[in-house]
Design a protein around this ligand. Structure first.
Ligand code: NAD
Length: 327
């Protein structure tokens, strides 16, 4: 019993490209006692556990890896949801919604009853819409349900701005906000390098054309990688592992994450303080007029998608009840 309380576990639902890369990252940089992998593809699951296990015998075996059930996952400190279909080359993230919402619904049925202390981290796409539904389906407080959102897009933005400014990426403070998708935008008005506003630090480069180029690079980065290799895994694996660390270490780090925005009634990315209880608080963010409009448009688009999906779920439910009655 005492041993159980000391254990910290991260469950990863879905051990495809992203889930396995996240597991590998967590084994290489140990932050918990065990990583539990769950996937309905039994052969793949066993093979991934054995292959990943082989990576733990080199001396730093602080974290154990094993296969588990959805029920066990639901009792973990963090459940990371990578389960679901991924984009084919040229496909949008939103086109995955129907398939991944069905998977998400079945996951919560299989995990029930989920521990009231679990933090849910959504990775599967479309991540903002799935984060919204995960919050509803899990019944957990909204602070405990978050999505990776635009953290990966923001990391890419930091990377390219660092190259342009010839400084380390960790010196760049700049965020992509809104949807992890086509309506995302860069909050240029509050970007800085060190404490120097970007318009001063890059005064000779920061034209409208420069901004448009960077935005399309950031927005199109995933599509270009998927077109060439069929998936993206390392960037998101690293981002998700860092978020798990911020949670378990209660580090109170500020990152752009997808979480419920009462003002818009949807989940989208804004800067938040992350700690052991999930989203500890939203950071007040000052946007200029154009950025505010982009944020509102993005929220309206996401809200419309949520309403469409809710109607479909209701219609499916009614059909199932009618069929059950008829049988
Ligand atoms: N948020 C981001 O920034 C980001 C980045 C990259 C990928 N993604 C998304 O992550 C998801 C996974 O991508 P991938 O490349 O790993 O796909 P993948 O097809 O390689 O793996 C998905 C795995 O989920 C499993 N799965 C299906 N139903 C399940 C269930 N009920 N429980 C547990 N596992 C289940 C499948 O069997 C499969 O092994 C996709 O939706 C992709 O779009 C998100």
């Amino acid at each position: 019993m005492a041993e159980q309380r000391l254990k910290t576990s991260i469950a990863i639902l879905g051990c495809g490209e992203v889930g396995a890369t996240l597991a590998y990252t967590l084994l290489q940089n140990p932050i918990c006692s065990e990583v539990i992998l769950v996937d309905p593809k039994k052969e793949l699951l066993e093979a991934q556990v054995r292959d990943l296990g082989d990576a733990t015998y080199g001396g730093r075996a602080a974290t154990k890896i094993r296969a588990g059930t959805h029920q066990e996952a639901g009792q973990s400190d963090i459940v990371v949801i990578t389960a679901g279909a991924k984009q084919k080359p040229g496909e949008s993230r939103l086109s995955l919604l129907n398939r991944n919402l069905i998977i998400l619904t079945s996951i919560f049925t299989s995990m029930s009853p989920i521990s009231p202390h679990t933090i849910l981290l959504l990775v599967a796409n479309p991540v903002d819409v799935l984060t919204y539904f995960a919050r509803k389906l899990s019944g957990l407080p909204e602070s405990q349900v978050l999505g990776t959102g635009t953290s990966l897009d923001s990391a890419r933005l930091r990377g390219i701005l660092a190259q342009k400014a010839q400084v380390s990426p960790s010196s760049i403070d700049a965020y992509v906000l809104g949807e992890h998708g086509d309506s995302q935008f860069v909050a240029w008005s509050n970007a800085s390098i060190g404490s120097t506003p970007l318009h001063l630090a890059l005064s000779d480069q920061l034209t409208d054309e420069f901004k448009t180029d960077i935005e399309s690079h950031t927005r199109g980065a995933a599509g270009a990688i998927i077109a060439a290799k069929g998936c993206t895994a390392y960037g998101i694996g690293n981002v998700a592992a860092s978020i798990c660390k911020y949670i378990l270490f209660d580090s109170r780090t500020v990152r752009p994450l997808s979480f419920f925005q009462p003002r818009f009634s949807c989940c989208l990315s804004m800067p938040a303080v992350i700690g052991r209880k999930g989203i500890l608080r939203a950071m007040p963010t000052q946007l200029d007029g154009d950025e505010q409009k982009l944020l509102e448009d993005c929220a309206v688009g996401l809200r419309a998608i949520i309403e469409g999906a809710e109607k479909e779920l209701k219609a499916d439910d009614e059909l199932r009840h009618a069929l059950e009655k008829h049988a």
